[in-house]
Ligand binder design. Structure first.
Ligand code: COA
Length: 570
């Protein structure tokens, strides 16, 4: 792939403004016409603990956060200690010195730039602005566009008052001045601005919120949980503009119950949560399956189980999403690859819920939740909204009447002639309880059978590569972006490799999996969970015997990890 990109990692203590610094760099680069892909990790505590923000920029499309950084900016000794093994020859190292409280050993070949961040902030009598001194230095050293940086700093701090804005601008300028005469020895430089494209720079969570609004959402209820809360924050600002309603419920059981109630009343409805919340919702998901009520649940996966690693990335809710229920409870499960998917697959998931009258679980994850990426600005007039099948008012109304496609017409409560029994009990065509064995079996066939067409309703699984390959890689969720790059780089090295990237996780597109596997020697399934959850489903549902590659350290794969595994398999 050549080295056309640049990766800057800023690290320090939670509360020191690491996250703002990374946000500023990302937004400034995007406004200067660069593609941007970011990843951040921070502690569960409000203050203290290790916080890290990595920005990858390029003029070419980016699929992931990259293998490692080119530039490290360390605000404290812990940030240096955690990252020192990645200070490889050629990397640039900017650090707080002499009052940073640590004396780093500079490895051979590393370009070191000590910058008095704390000292300068103290001299300016605004310790809060240490991060702005660092930002000024980074801008001066690596050509981060000054004009766009100043714009984003204004945007952020203006709302906090002119005093706040002014001391930060002063600190920024001071940081620039500190490195003005420094002899630059490293090769890293962000490309000069190019005309900006028609893009948004947006986080995965905000993108889900945007997709929901574009997808016709009218009711949202959720209970706050990391890393899903920002979806509610976005929706809370924008849903009232389309006369929608948001409720912060008392817990996740209440939120899914309200979603089902609003959906029953005729509104496109959703909630968003993370693993523990999804677990709490499982009873009402059964209710949604049984009552055939459209409902979207976005699950932003995090490290589990239990409180687990709430701010860390993991892809470990696939078992729960697909089978987390009592009884035989059909649902559709999808997984997003990137921030662009967070917009468009939320629209699609709402459509699927309405069309198939069932719960849809859309899986995002901790790395995407907080990742900001440049994405094509969505075109609202090109967004297709699919409404539920509604009763046309003729004949006797049967809420669960048998139809060719298994989907029965719905009515809004109060529709004349549309009275029916609505209950979680097993029922006959009118909704009246019916426990007869043939009826229970027939209704199961209806509820599961209607999902047989989902695989044709959604776009076919993307395949990267033609012909036969020695290794085929099946990836899901945000791991897809890592595999996309690994496949490109492996091919450049002459390795015969292909990729298969399912977004529809359940019902599984079994024929597509098997057709892909027939063109590959071996199949590799990398995923960020301990048990190899997708690999398990592949073994159970298809004739493929994959090799599972799992990691679960709270961070995503890197392309080089995938490449090394493929080479090992060969
Ligand atoms: N001048 C003035 N204010 C500044 C500043 C500066 N130079 N630099 C940063 N700030 C402000 C930021 O604007 C932000 O305030 P805001 O939220 O009102 O915008 C605040 O200081 C924190 O700075 P930020 O850069 O966003 O974060 P940080 O790198 O200091 O890290 C967090 C702190 C955000 C990671 C941490 O506090 C946090 O929230 N952790 C997660 C907690 C959590 O979710 N737990 C889950 C439990 S289940």
């Amino acid at each position: 792939m050549g080295k056309k990109d640049l990766v800057i990692r800023v690290a320090g203590e939670g509360g020191e403004g690491v996250i703002s610094t990374g946000d500023f760099i990302a937004a400034a680069c995007a406004r200067a016409g660069q593609e941007v892909y970011t990843i951040k990790t921070f502690p569960a505590e409000i203050k203290g603990g290790y916080a890290m923000y990595q920005v990858r920029t390029s003029l070419d499309p980016l699929f992931n956060q990259g293998d490692t950084f080119d530039i490290l900016c360390a605000f404290n000794g812990e940030a240096y200690q955690i990252n020192r093994h990645l200070l490889l020859p050629g990397t640039a190292f900017v650090y707080d010195y002499p009052e940073g409280g640590f004396e780093p050993e500079i490895p051979p070949g590393v370009h070191a730039y000590p910058v008095p961040m704390s000292k300068t902030a103290k001299e300016l009598k605004s310790y809060r602005s240490k991060n702005m001194v660092a930002l000024g230095a980074l801008s001066g050293l690596f050509n981060i566009n000054e004009e766009t940086l100043l714009n984003v700093i204004h945007d952020k701090f203006q709302s906090k008052g002119s005093e706040n804005l002014n001391f930060n601008l002063e600190a920024f300028k001071k940081g620039q001045a500190l490195v003005k005469d420094v002899a630059k020895t490293d090769p890293w430089r962000i490309a000069d601005p190019v005309p900006p494209k028609d893009v948004l720079i947006i986080s995965g969570n905000d993108a889900v919120g945007l997709g929901a609004i574009l997808g016709g959402l009218r009711f949202y209820s959720a209970y706050p949980i990391t890393p899903a809360t920002e979806i509610a924050k976005f929706v809370a600002v924008h849903l009232p503009k389309v006369a929608g309603v948001l409720i912060q419920a008392e817990d996740e059981i209440a939120s899914i119950s309200q979603v089902l109630g609003a959906s029953y009343a005729g509104k496109r409805s959703m909630t968003a949560t993370s693993g523990p919340g999804l677990a709490l919702m499982s009873e009402m998901l059964g209710m949604a399956s049984m009552s055939e009520t459209p409902a979207l649940v976005v699950d932003v996966q995090r490290g589990g189980p239990a409180t687990g690693m709430p701010t860390k990335h993991e892809q470990s809710d696939l078992f729960l999403a697909i089978h987390g229920s009592h009884g035989d409870a059909p649902r559709i499960v999808m997984a997003v690859e990137d921030v662009n998917d967070c917009i468009h697959m939320t629209v699609e998931a709402l459509n699927l819920a309405e069309h198939y009258q069932c719960p849809v679980i859309l899986l995002s994850d901790g790395s995407l939740a907080f990742s900001t990426q440049t994405v094509p600005a969505p075109k609202p007039d090109r967004i297709k909204i699919i409404d539920r099948k509604r009763w046309d008012g003729t004949g006797e109304y049967q809420r669960y009447g048998m139809t060719e496609d298994g989907i029965s017409p719905m009515v809004d409560p109060g529709t004349p002639g549309g009275m029916h029994v609505a209950t979680g009990l097993e029922h006959g065509p009118t909704g009246a309880p019916n426990y007869s064995p043939p009826n229970h079996a027939a209704m199961h066939r209806k509820r599961f059978g209607k999902l047989n067409t989902v695989v044709d309703f959604v776009a076919p699984t993307q395949i990267d590569g033609d012909g036969d390959a020695d290794v085929g890689i099946i990836a899901w969720g945000s791991t897809i972006g890592v595999v996309r790059e690994a496949v490109i780089r492996l091919r450049q090295e002459g390795v015969k490799v292909k990729g298969f990237y399912p977004k529809l996780m359940w019902p599984m597109p079994v024929a597509q999996y098997e057709a892909f596997a027939r063109t590959c020697g071996k199949i590799l399934v990398p995923e960020v969970n301990f048990q190899g959850q997708l690999a398990h489903f592949i073994r159970a549902e298809t004739n493929i015997t994959p090799i599972s590659l799992t990691i679960c350290g709270g961070i995503p794969f890197t392309p080089i990890q995938i490449m090394n595994k493929v080479k090992e398999m060969l």
